[in-house]
Design a binder for this molecule. Structure first.
Ligand SMILES: Cc1ncc(COP(=O)(O)O)c(C=O)c1O
Length: 329
């Protein structure tokens, strides 16, 4: 039988080193969304913290272990949210943080990384080129490279969301499916592991954009499938080269992996704004998009949706949400 890299006891231990500011995030029924989505909806809100995404759960674990080891510096590649989170967690522990990102990354994310005193290096290509450059810096400067989703701390940190989804409920969880945005896979493997360990009857459904489908294709074919390009507004989940060890973990915990269209992501953002009062980035609307595209599947059920980030350029947000005025939803 295939072994997972994840361990529930280690995830509980990880929870103890994360700044409480990032923990125990709101989990609530969002009744205003329910008539529109045709099912009961619980939101797990991961945007109301200093870095506006769940990624600090993982970087808190990384940074606390680095400072325990006496490390001085760390580097990562990021589409923006991991970098911002590592900058925050590293700053508080006196670590020199370098973030490598694409120069085409969301401006708000790049600005916030700089504002947190990290060194930001931009590459003239996409996220995969940023990953190569970060690895080269780590080798050259002999410092720790944080690889999102490959480094187990990033998965364990994200997995603490799963503990909160399940441990706050007294008996059986009230929801029967959890919808998880799928990028590199830290969030889905982490939360998926906890869900399958504590409430295996709950369906774990990963959601990716049709325009960035590499890990979903890999999950379906049970082997790593790469793509030549990405084409999506959901920048937080737009990778091309899935990591084999992460795919192995994902195969053990995901019940399904679905792909959604850009129009549905935009409709999801607009719905979350209109009916939940939430400004979210595209990646955080993937769960709503998945329900919109397959209402029959979810009709009458209760889904938990992790609203995982809100780092979005204001102009782009207005453009997307304003443009969706005539959406049928
Ligand atoms: C807002 C947001 N949602 C979802 C994801 C995907 O998470 P993961 O890469 O852990 O699969 C990311 C990744 O950075 C993100 O920033």
């Amino acid at each position: 039988m295939q072994e997972t890299r994840l361990d529930t006891a280690r995830i509980r231990a990880a929870r103890r080193v994360i700044d409480p500011m990032f923990l125990d995030t709101p989990l609530y029924r969002c009744e205003a969304l329910e008539p529109r989505l045709g099912c009961a909806v619980s939101i797990k809100l991961e945007t109301a913290n200093p870095v506006r995404s769940f990624k600090a759960r993982g970087t808190e674990v990384v940074a606390s272990r680095l400072s325990d080891d006496g490390s001085q510096a760390v580097v990562c590649a990021s589409a923006g949210n991991l970098g911002q989170a590592l900058a925050w967690s590293g700053r508080g522990r006196g670590l020199d943080v370098t973030v490598v990102a694409s120069r085409f990354a969301t401006r708000a994310k790049l600005d916030r990384i700089r504002a947190l005193d990290a060194r930001l290096e931009l590459v003239d290509g996409d996220h995969e080129l940023a990953r190569e450059r970060a690895a080269a810096i780590a080798r050259h400067e002999n410092i720790r490279l944080v690889e999102d989703s490959l480094d187990i701390e990033t998965c364990e940190g994200a997995a603490t969301i799963g503990l909160e989804l399940l441990e706050l409920v007294d008996s059986e969880p009230s929801f029967d499916a959890v919808l998880i945005a799928l990028g590199g896979g830290a969030l889905a493997t982490g939360v998926g592991h906890v869900v399958k360990a504590l409430a295996p009857e709950v369906e774990v459904i990963c959601v990716q954009p049709l325009g960035a489908p590499a890990l979903t294709h890999s999950w379906r074919q049970r082997r790593v499938v790469t793509t030549d390009s990405v084409d999506t507004i959901a920048d937080g989940v737009a990778g091309r080269f899935p990591i084999p060890a992460v795919l192995d973990d994902l195969l053990l915990v995901a019940d399904d992996a679905v792909l959604v269209q850009e129009a549905s992501i935009i409709a999801g953002m607009r719905m979350l704004f209109d009916h939940a009062g939430l400004v979210v980035e595209p990646s955080a609307a993937l769960g709503v998009a998945a329900v919109l595209e397959d209402r029959d599947r979810f009709a009458g059920r209760h889904v938990a949706i992790i609203v995982c980030g809100s780092n979005v350029d204001v102009d782009a947000f207005h453009h997307w949400v304003g443009a969706a005025v005539h959406s049928p939803w």
